[in-house]
Design a protein around this ligand. Structure first.
Ligand code: SF4
Length: 390
């Protein structure tokens, strides 16, 4: 096998899934319908498994083991500069670098806060698309929030990313390279706190990861595979967030990857959720929760329910009680997220007292719940604020 799987969205793959895609529902199933052909991102070794990389090196006239060496530099040593590849003949470095690790992310801008320990990167991709990722260093761990799509087609009205629509799906390597970019800086000691490692990855940047399923799964496999096949980050440190594409949630449960599933619920009733999360019109609350419980049963992983508290929209006490009754007895944790304001939006955060009461009611109903630390808010790097504005 040369790429991730038969439905890979890796570059150079003839699958339609790497093209701009449209979600369409068949009876009980989600399919991707290509709207038009797009030029694909350059193929990168992170798009390929080990066999595929070796095959590619051989096709280029290099011994297969050169692919292993370059993989080691990229994933394990975090040394993207070919000049540092001293185990590769100098005359071959440039060509191998161009063929196996072409530059995918061009830094346009970065903003930092929290004394340099939170960094938001703005990247330009090969076709001019813009995406963002955020590195957050805490005393005991570093988390990277990454994007799976340029823009997003889910159209949640309170979200900055959703306002500009979907530009395109990212390739597996374009997703992985966001993690590697942060890992390289951390390893080099460029983030305050000394040299470090990325331990947690959250797919909560731009896009709906499960709408770019094959590339997202390919990226997860690269992230969790032991070096030098991948980055060797524990699957338990990876969180995939979704607004509730139920068929893909069920598919993810069958993948055998113990990643955390985060379901962005935001309302416990269909009337409101249809408005806040339009995809709810296809897969309503009961169905997405059923898919979430299926995920918990298969993986024995606690599902995370994300609930952005929006003033006088979804923060009423009765909604807290309804949410508690829907989640009772399940392997679940609720993250209450004070809504991050977006420019020009009528949606705003709940009063702290209302947040506290919502939390209290959930806990009184026996539900594990916390109010999330919204790091990065001051640089628009928090959830629902990634809009790739320069
Ligand atoms: S909240 Fe998530 S799924 Fe909804 S528009 Fe924003 S990025 Fe897309």
């Amino acid at each position: 096998m040369t790429s991730d799987d038969s439905t890979s969205t890796g570059p150079g793959d003839s699958s339609a899934a790497s093209e701009e895609a449209e979600l369409r529902q068949q009876p009980g199933e989600l399919v991707f319908t290509p709207r038009r052909r797009r030029e694909r991102p350059p193929q990168h070794l992170a798009d390929l498994d080990r066999a595929g990389r070796r095959e590619k090196a051989t096709a280029l006239g290099f011994p297969a083991y050169r692919a292993d060496q370059v993989s080691k530099h990229y994933f394990e040593r975090l040394s993207p500069d070919p000049e540092s590849w001293t185990d590769v003949p100098a005359a071959q470095r440039t060509e191998l670098c161009a063929a196996l690790t072409p530059r995918l992310l061009h830094e346009v801008n970065r903003i930092s806060c929290d004394n340099g320990t939170t960094v938001k990167y703005l990247w330009r991709l090969f076709d001019g698309s813009l995406v963002e990722s955020v590195l957050m260093r805490y005393p005991k761990r570093t988390t990277m929030c990454i994007s799976s799509q340029a823009g997003c087609g889910m159209n949640c009205p309170f979200c900055a990313t959703g306002q500009s629509g979907l530009t395109r799906n990212l390739s597996t390597a374009e997703i992985v390279d966001q993690v590697v970019a942060g890992a390289v800086e951390l390893a080099a000691g460029e983030i305050p706190g000394g040299p470090g490692r990325v331990g947690n990855i959250v797919f909560m940047g731009m896009g709906e990861p499960l709408a770019n399923y094959a590339a997202t799964l390919g990226a997860v496999r690269r992230i969790v595979s032991p070096a030098p096949e991948g980055l060797g980050i524990s699957a338990r440190g990876v969180t995939i967030s979704t607004v509730g594409l139920a068929p893909r949630m069920r598919q993810l449960a069958d993948e055998g990857l113990p990643v955390t599933l985060a379901l962005s619920l935001h309302a416990p009733d269909d009337d409101l959720r249809n408005e806040l999360v339009p995809v709810n019109n296809r897969w309503p609350v009961a169905e997405v929760l059923d898919a979430a419980w299926g995920y918990a049963d298969r993986t024995h992983r606690r599902v995370s329910i994300e609930y952005a508290l929006i003033r006088e929209i979804n923060d009423q006490p009765w909604r807290a009680d309804l949410l508690a009754s829907l989640l009772a007895g399940r392997l679940v944790h609720v993250n209450l997220i004070p809504l991050n304001p977006t420019p020009g939006s009528k949606w705003t955060a709940s009063d702290p007292a209302v947040e506290d009461e919502f939390l209290r009611r959930l806990r009184a109903g026996g539900i594990a719940a916390t109010i999330r630390d919204t790091r990065g808010r001051e640089i628009d790097g928090a959830c629902g604020q990634l809009a790739a504005a320069q």
